[in-house]
Design a protein around this ligand. Structure first.
Ligand code: GAL
Ligand code: MG
Length: 999
């Protein structure tokens, strides 16, 4: 609907004519430029911006009126006498208006570009602004408004702007009068830009970033461009600063020391050379200070000297090949939505650095400007991405033959549409012009999942024309037409399997480097493939590395639990018309940034040093850093341990130049330990390494140094007593008595001194509460792995070799089909009361993937503690145990639950040879020298499988012990490749064994 036509002529509302016009992007705004905040002379221009006398932050309570539909908004929207109030910045959907909607690629509106629904939700914001004329102009800046804004000053239309994640600046001086003035901002939830902002996120709107006024002189610095690069020998720095708007005096400082001074005018840039320059890199983020002084302003800028280039298919920084060990980050917070204040940004970035992450992609839009300055300081390589995604085009029925196979054929509709050309280019221009001076930005990315077509080709060309010093990135897997992509400097893909990356390396026709802009989809319990990818990345310099998807779960707070914890919700919890469920819970951190176990995996896989064994007592410490001697910042403590103790320990310092290694001799490692023994090298920070405090652990390596010979156990003496009845076998050895139910082929009881240690019969277990990566879970339910019926064909018992041996033939199944598994099992009870279980199963062809194969036991609640020797103390799986190591661990069962927001299998421990669960006086000990997995939980797998949210979980009346002969890996198949064959259980035939000793 044409809003201007239904509004009173000349009214503020009648000015709303731009939001369905993709050629009218910014009305009344100032031209874009590099981000900077001017200070008054005499001030410290390097202080936080809020300290500038020229900076007035307008965050705080604003008047607010919300309308479900723009049609219902009054003609004079600037009259806010009866309005409510809202805190700015915020997303109005988190403040009680409208509601959040989580949708991934599906557009939240009908696909009808450039039109949007008539009933656009609108938030009208109002605020008083005091003005005393002082000769300075007033520039009103919005750093982020979703999706577009109409600005009025004292009721007069001042301008319009869109592109949610970008700064819009208005010179409002002429509309101000002395004293109190009224600013009014109408923020529309949808505009034609909505088609270009279809990122996978909660769809929220409002003024969501800082709003401020800059006071600036008539003739002022409009823009400046810094070029700071090393010379060809990487010893000298070359600085060049060009200015626009006015001339300036520039001073470059190294710390407090002035190292050069000069001036720049519009026709003559400032140039200087820095001898013995200290270069910037993520490992050593050295920054110089540049002061720019004009007639009445002072601007402080940090400068990093570095050079980014691609040479012969290799991505280089300062002449050296670097790899990106990165993560994708959204601005998403359960309390503040799209708003990240300084503290929040700093917290995220520091946690990244603490996790050995060296790169971040601002998926999928530019972050607040201060974010990049923090990346400069902390040392993170940034892939800066434009605010562009048109993913929803794939759901458009643009082809009559639309089918699942050609579902992507619509992807480039907007990428090719001339109507959107300018709007797309605008987003690229805004990206580059704002962040061009940031040394941390090493790659421009011109958007995400928008198909590929002429508009995007032009986007790449435009970026290159604006800045030739950085390569451009775009993931164009769904390149469905012949538009050449030679303007892309690298080949970028997401979620490609290691095998397919290997194939890429073998291609003759492709010489560009390869980047995985998204990989190891970290949804729920996972990812399990980080180490595999890492090993591959290290194999070829053509591989630039990758960025894990994604940093933090997106959640909304639905309420609080009785003990005050937030109840996080995801898609579908806010009554959305359509949603994508928990696909937004796919990250390394929970919404509040508590790390998932996946982040611990990342930290360990990305560790800066790795140890390899050269000979029995010699080890190499390999430095994976490119610019610094790891030994300058890390010290190593080592220990040799076995089940039950420590054999030796020590420490050493070392020196290993970038990409080099140091050798150390540890004579103790060559000893005969007579049992399995491991050495663990633990690297801790010293000399202020990165953001670590001295002494903090940075990473470790564990290597097995001794494998003991297996000794066969020989049973001697009298076999246990056997009592046989038609329905039961009872076996007694000392004060231990087993009761075997012949009808169910299960142990109903393991009695010690007359007390049954089992709260329920012990059962076989083939099911796990599906993790998000278990994309085949429906097959499990179809086969009824979770609620099988038993069939017992045969049970027998005999006394042999000092043991009582029960033999069973049985099957597991349900209605309709043949049993899904047939099994023969043998239970051997020795005269000390120990039970050896061995079984062989054969699965029907209906079961193509088995999540687990093992036993489930229920024990009384007072059995609340476990001890184990295996991979701890993080939860560990066949493919997810990098952060864990083999050791002796003890834990309370109540603490072993990993609280995924959508409950799922968790808390398992892989590679264990021994585990015991106890109530203090009675204990059940499980063991297998070949290793097994176990979990001990207060929740049943049925409960975990059934509930949508962690806060709905109800504890079981018993504790649940799963002793798994084998447990499938976790992978990252929620979006990535299927779980690698080697982490699956063997099928159709599989055997299992374990020993249980009650005592
Ligand atoms: C990618 C996309 C991301 C996210 C992810 C799945 O295709 O670029 O934005 O949607 O998949 O979580
Ligand atoms: Mg997408």
């Amino acid at each position: 609907m044409d809003i201007s036509a239904i509004a009173k002529k000349g009214s503020p509302k009648s000015e709303m004519i731009y939001h369905e016009d993709p050629l009218a992007l910014h009305i009344g705004t100032l031209p874009d430029h590099a981000y900077f905040i001017p200070f008054a002379k005499g001030q410290d221009a390097f202080a936080e911006r809020r300290c500038s006398q020229r900076f007035e932050l307008l965050n705080g309570e604003w008047y607010f009126a919300y309308y479900d539909s723009i049609i219902d908004m009054p003609d004079d929207l600037t009259d806010m006498r009866d309005s409510e109030s809202i805190f700015v910045p915020s997303n109005l959907q988190l403040c009680g208006y409208d509601k959040p909607q989580y949708t991934n690629l599906n557009y939240p509106i009908p696909y009808d570009p450039p039109f949007v629904p008539d009933d656009i939700p609108v938030g009208v914001y109002g605020r008083d602004y005091d003005y005393t004329p002082d000769g300075l102009r007033r520039i009103l800046c919005f750093e982020g408004v979703d999706s577009c804004l109409y600005l009025y000053v004292n009721g007069v239309f001042a301008g319009y702007s869109q592109v949610s994640h970008h700064t819009s600046e208005f010179d409002i001086t002429e509309l101000l009068h002395e004293g109190q003035n009224r600013l009014t901002v109408a923020v529309l939830k949808w505009c034609d830009g909505t088609y270009l902002e279809d990122q996978d996120k909660f769809r929220l709107s409002g003024i969501f970033r800082d709003v401020y006024v800059l006071s600036r002189p008539e003739k002022s610095l409009r823009d400046f461009r810094i070029t700071a690069v090393p010379d060809s020998t990487f010893t000298k720095g070359e600085l060049r600063v060009s200015v626009e708007g006015t001339s300036a005096i520039l001073r470059l400082y190294d710390g407090e020391k002035l190292i050069c001074r000069g001036d720049a005018s519009e026709d003559k840039p400032f140039e200087c050379e820095v001898e013995d320059v200290r270069l910037w890199s993520a490992e050593s983020p050295y920054l110089y200070r540049l002061e720019i002084e004009t007639d009445s302003e002072l601007i402080g800028e940090k400068v990093g000297f570095r050079k980014v280039e691609i040479v012969d298919g290799v991505f280089k920084l300062n002449g050296k090949h670097i790899k990106l060990f990165g993560v994708n980050r959204h601005d998403s917070y359960p309390d503040t939505g799209y708003y990240a204040d300084r503290e929040k940004m700093l917290h995220d970035l520091t946690l990244m650095k603490r996790s050995n992450i060296n790169a971040v992609r601002t998926s999928h839009y530019p972050n607040a400007p201060e974010f990049y300055a923090m990346c400069d300081e902390l040392g993170l390589y940034v892939i800066d991405e434009a605010d562009l995604e048109t993913h929803g085009c794939v759901c458009v029925y643009n082809d009559l033959k639309w089918s699942a196979e050609n579902a992507y054929n619509g992807i480039a509709l907007i990428a090719k549409d001339p109507l959107f050309r300018e709007a797309i280019l605008d987003r690229e221009r805004l990206l580059v012009s704002r962040d061009v001076n940031r040394p941390s930005v090493v790659i421009w990315s011109f958007g995400n999942e928008s198909g590929y077509g002429e508009n995007l080709r032009e986007a790449a060309k435009l970026i290159k024309s604006l800045d030739s010093s950085r390569p451009v990135h775009y993931e164009s897997t769904y390149k469905l037409d012949e538009t050449p992509d030679d303007v892309l400097d690298m080949v970028s893909e997401m979620y490609t399997s290691p095998e397919d990356i290997q194939k890429f390396l073998e291609r003759e026709d492709e010489k560009r480097p390869f980047i995985l802009c998204e990989y190891s989809h970290a949804m729920g319990n996972g990812p399990g493939d980080l180490e595999e990818y890492h090993e591959l990345f290290m194999k070829s310099d053509r591989l630039m590395g990758g960025l894990v998807w994604e940093w933090a779960d997106h959640g909304v707070i639905l309420g609080y639990t009785a003990d005050g914890k937030p109840k996080y919700g995801y898609g579908g919890d806010s009554g959305e018309k359509h949603d994508d469920g928990n696909f937004c819970m796919d990250a390394l951190c929970y919404p509040d940034r508590t790390p998932h176990t996946g982040l611990a995996e990342v930290k360990q896989v990305y560790r800066p040093v790795r140890v390899t064994r050269i000979s029995a007592d010699r080890f190499a410490v390999n430095n994976l850093l490119r610019f610094i001697d790891a030994g300058e910042y890390l010290t190593c403590n080592w220990e040799i341990t076995y089940d039950g103790g420590k054999a030796a320990a020590g420490s050493f310092d070392f020196s290993a130049e970038p990409m080099g290694s140091a050798e150390v001799t540890i004579p103790e490692a060559a000893r005969n330990f007579e049992r399995d023994a491991y050495i663990r090298f633990i690297f801790t920070a010293k000399n202020g390494y990165s953001v670590f405090a001295d002494g903090d652990e940075v990473g470790f390596d564990q290597i097995k140094v001794f494998t003991a010979e297996r000794k066969a156990v020989i049973n001697e003496g009298k076999a246990p007593d056997i009592t046989e009845t038609p329905l039961k076998f009872e076996i007694t050895a000392g004060d231990i008595r087993y009761v075997f139910n012949r009808r169910t082929a299960q142990f109903d009881g393991i009695f010690k001194g007359g007390k049954n240690l089992l709260a329920k019969p012990m059962e076989y277990n083939f099911f796990r509460a599906p993790i998000d990566n278990d994309t085949m879970k429906n097959d499990w339910y179809a086969a009824h792995l979770n609620d099988y019926k038993l069939k017992v064909y045969e049970t027998s018992i005999s006394a042999e070799n000092s043991c009582a041996i029960i033999r069973v033939k049985q099957s597991f199944g349900w209605s309709i089909h043949q049993p899904f598994a047939k099994m023969t099992a043998e239970y051997r009870i020795g005269n000390h009361g120990e039970l050896d279980i061995g079984c062989d199963a054969e699965f029907s062809n209906k079961v193509t993937f088995l999540p687990r194969f093992g036993l489930r036991l229920f024990v009384d609640k007072d059995f609340d503690s476990v001890e184990y020797y295996g991979y701890g103390e993080y939860e560990s799986y066949a493919d997810k145990h990098q952060a864990s190591y083999v050791g002796n661990f003890s834990a309370k069962i109540a603490d072993m639950h990993e609280d995924y927001i959508r409950p799922q299998e968790n808390g398992s421990h892989w590679g264990c040879t021994r585990m015991s669960v106890t109530n203090g006086s009675d204990t059940l000990v499980f063991s297998n020298p070949d290793g097994f997995s176990f979990s001990a939980s207060e929740y049943t797998q049925e409960e975990l499988a059934e509930k949508r949210h962690n806060f709905e979980l109800v504890k079981c009346e018993h504790n649940v012990i799963c002793a798994d002969f084998d447990m499938a890996g976790v992978g990252s198949a929620a979006c990535g490749p299927q779980l690698a064959e080697k982490y699956r259980l063997s099928l159709p035939k599989i055997s299992g064994s374990i020993k249980i000793v009650p005592n």
